[in-house]
Design a protein around this ligand. Sequence first.
Ligand code: GLN
Ligand code: ZN
Length: 756
Amino acid sequence: MFIRSSNVGYPRIGEKREWKKALESFWNGQIDKEQFIKTMEAIRLDSIRKQLEKGIDLIPIGDFSLYDHVLDTAFMFGYIPERFQQIDDALEQYFAMARGTNGQHALEMTKWFNTNYHYIVPEIGQTKPRLVENRLLKEYNLVKETFDLETKPVLLGPITFLLLSKQYERHEWRKHLAQLVPVYVELFKQLSEAGVSFVQIDEPILVQDIDDDIVDTFRDVYEVFHRDVPNINLILQTYFDSVSHYREIVALPVAGIGLDFVHDNGENMKNINTYGFPKDKILVAGIVDGRNVWKSSLAQKATLLHHLANVAEKLIIQPSCSLLHVPVTTKHEHTLPTELAGALSFADEKLDEIRMLTEYMNGNVTIDELIKYDEQTNVYFAKLHHEQEQTAETVPVSRVPYTERRKAQQGHLQLPLLPTTTIGSFPQTSDVRQARMKWKKGEWNDNQYKSFIKKEIAKWIDIQEQLQLDVLVHGEFERTDMVEFFGEKLQGMACTTNGWVQSYGSRCVRPPIIFGDIAHLYPMTVEETVYAQSLTNKPVKGMLTGPVTMLNWSFVRDDISRKHVLMQLALAIREEVLQLEKEGIRIIQVDEPALREGLPLKKEKHASYWEDAVMAFRLATSSVKEETQIHTHMCYSQFEHMMHIIDELDADVISIESSRSHGELVSSFETYEYQKEIGLGVYDIHSPRIPTKEEISEQIERALRVLRPEQFWVNPDCGLKTRKEKEAIAALKAMVEAAHEYRKRLLAYGGMKSWK
Ligand code: GLN
Ligand code: ZN
């Protein structure tokens, strides 16, 4: 039987983020173009060499990118928006599209399906596509020359590409597709002439709820490919969930079908069992989890593979998706508890698993060897999971009705009309970062570091008083990342030293690992918050990260249900909320910027996701007294269709990013009657530009067309962490002035009564 190993995509960033460093040094002008290209090529070839040494049969090329693979596809086919067309240098043009220039804004960026990776959204416009440069051919040839190796070019399929793009009329998408298909054919022909045998064409759109007419379009397009380039073996690749129209899709005229057998909820397997799998096709099986960091249970995978081998005549074994979503290697992790480290498998280790499974299926490795591999992970998992004693059922998930709470809070807080506040963080200057480095390296002891942080807090409490903000914050100077900070302190979570994953462009994140039962061990934020409160009579808001965001931005145990982990996180955050309250903190903000990020790709699963998310937030926040005001903050999502969910969270005050969404959010309040308090960000914190008082007034005015003044808060879009101190202060000054002016005007109309 034909059984081969394969990879879907390999991380770009290098073992020690060499890729990120090269990009940033190039952008900063520290290295020149030639040096940059040489460095990038070395990183790329090194990753091929590694995969070769691991014995992977089908090694992908084209998965590497200088920024993002969707941008690469757009660029390769000439979808260059007009505003960038005068740039001659191709590399400069490419980065201009990704990052913008002084005068021209970048292409939009958005999340890649349900992952934390962000892709650049291509702009189609009136462009007639053409093959500007066959990048795949170049890479294929280079690797062939360097290693004497046949590789598998990978590219995004035309249908997913177009459906992810924007700036064209949806009803005209077939016209654009008709222009694009011949360009793909041309590309395939060139590859075929160069000797390419397998091409992986990614169409992840197939796992979403797609209409029948899109399925028909798939048939049309892939028939053209089959007719025009019969020598290329196309592998139609899907991932992140099960294929929605299984029977139609496996019947498409391609050589192989790539299915995800990890994140499909068992649906792909069910379909195979019910409808079978075509004998003439290769079943390309995503077996090893490409999105999580745990070692596979190889014995279990072996059973699955035997089953698949009975159904299909030809089998390729690979990860469930590109390994872009996991860190490169566990090799550099030296600080994790040994047992935990032994249970982890990042990209390189996952490829070893693929190889072992393939060898096993080909009779070169025994089942005993697989069982032996599994032992350490099994022991580890068994030991760490104890049921949480405190069960969620005994904890309240609702508070007294909002109108009653509101009265109690008004009495307690005495806030003016249109209260002003910020989202939590203040600039993390190089002083702050250096202090943290010194402390981490041991040059500073805990006391030195703590007193530095306190000085920063005091400085900013003073600034906020001067600015006359109404609700103050301590500034979050002690935090690098809003999830990692809590991950380091909660039981059951661990932070890696080198477990970086690309988030967007050169930005990488290091998601914590949830490895055991989560529990609150000691106060995590009380000291700083209480200290800040001791310096002022105005209320200081306590700042916490919410359970849903913690879950969505971490790697989670996969032998326990996500819901279970989520509720444990909620209970731990609840404990911190209560401790802050006990110490006299009157306002507590539980941030949920990633509330929407874990939303499943298939609509039928949405309701239960929301139910759990709402429940977790309420578990965390409903145990406080009625006079304690709960805030939450959200950003970077489309909130228009989720006002009812936001409402159900039952936070007293919510702040939402809105200055970028150009009024769409504001207009959603025309149809949705929201009763509680809300701050729609009145300026964009991502730009260094200082907004004028007039601009901010306009934003307030726009919001007050649909919201009542007594429910409106004035605040920036998001945390001010990335701004310079001067910028932050100047912008806040304009914001407070605008709020004060507005407040005066409203009061002159006869005070609050008139709006009630
Ligand atoms: N409180 C956090 C901050 O201000 C919120 C960050 C976020 O929304 N991503 O930095
Ligand atoms: Zn935010």
